[in-house]
Design a protein around this ligand. Structure first.
Ligand SMILES: O=C(O)CCC(=O)C(=O)O
Length: 295
């Protein structure tokens, strides 16, 4: 079961039409703490990345044989949870080396949308995240949380949640609590699932949730509470991306500029890319205010 029961639910509000009126887009973002866009991304780019991530799953023996790769069917009896286990480390390092995984975060449709939201240049954090959620692992569904706890830096950091392909709610999409960013930083308790910390919300909290189609993008403010929904499928992997962004003039915490989970470093991640690839270290030429993480 999703960690927080959702008694009060509404569908996502599609903000696509507001892309032509940045002031209205900003007003919606300030009010709701999230924005949802149908078909913001072209399916080709998303599906190309899906294929590459699934090829990595296949190389690691996680997929059922004789099934279509793109269906993402997990091998019977195979269950891995995001962790520092050798299996996860090796898998995740291979995903992080994919150029397409890092390139999608810089897709012009996302950056253009965020330039309107921030009304200034965007700093895409290079600490990109891929989540692979196995079926029959509902105890590890992502608990309700605010991203600020993990990101630090400016509260005006927004996370883009992008499923790598169609993702109906029953495959375990994301739910957000509209307006919860106005509650400030909430206390946390220990929990299972990505991050390992949960905020406790009122039972009557309003949630927005629903099905995602390939190319849909949801962004949420760093203080907006959100949680995963259970992957209730029989045998399908739920694969999604979390990419984070902030206004370039705001302070950024140093670990947001490092690879997620620190299993490897940029030299290794970039080792198979063209020597002159402009994606490499794209942020290093910018005048950033980088703050050290307090230990
Ligand atoms: O995809 C998920 O289950 C959780 C993603 C998320 O909320 C996050 O990374 O902050």
């Amino acid at each position: 079961m999703a960690h927080q029961t959702m008694r009060n639910v509404e569908p996502f509000l599609d903000s696509t039409l507001l892309l032509d009126t940045p002031e209205a887009l900003r007003a919606r973002a300030t009010e709701k703490g999230y924005l949802f866009f149908r078909s913001l991304l072209d399916s080709e780019s998303v599906l190309d990345l899906r294929r590459q991530i699934l090829e990595v799953c296949q190389q690691h023996g996680w997929l059922a044989e004789d099934m279509s790769l793109m269906d993402g069917v997990s091998k019977e009896g195979c269950l891995f949870i995001e962790s520092a286990s050798p299996e996860w480390r090796n898998f995740y390092t291979d995903v992080q080396r994919l150029r397409a995984f890092n390139a999608l975060a810089l897709h012009p449709a996302i950056i253009t949308m965020l330039e309107k939201l921030f009304d200034e240049e965007v700093l895409p954090h290079p600490r990109n995240i891929c989540r692979v959620i196995f079926p029959n692992a509902v105890a590890h569904t992502t608990p309700p949380h605010q991203d600020n706890l993990y990101i630090g830096g400016t509260d005006e950091t927004w996370t883009a949640w992008i499923p790598a392909g169609d993702c109906p709610a029953s495959l375990g999409s994301l739910a957000v609590a509209p307006g919860s960013h106005t509650l400030g930083k909430l206390d946390t308790v220990k929990a299972t699932g990505a991050g390992g910390n949960a905020v406790v919300l009122d039972e009557e909290t309003l949630w927005a949730c629903g099905d995602f189609a390939c190319g849909d993008v949801l962004i949420c403010h760093s203080l907006t509470a959100h949680q995963g929904q259970d992957n209730e499928s029989e045998d399908r992997l739920r694969i999604s991306l979390d990419y984070r962004y902030q206004p370039q003039s705001h302070p950024v915490r140093d670990d947001s500029l490092e690879p997620h989970m620190h299993f490897t470093d940029w030299t290794d991640i970039y080792s198979g890319w063209a020597a002159d690839d402009p994606l490499k270290y794209y942020w290093r030429d910018w005048d950033l205010q980088v703050n050290a993480r307090q230990q």
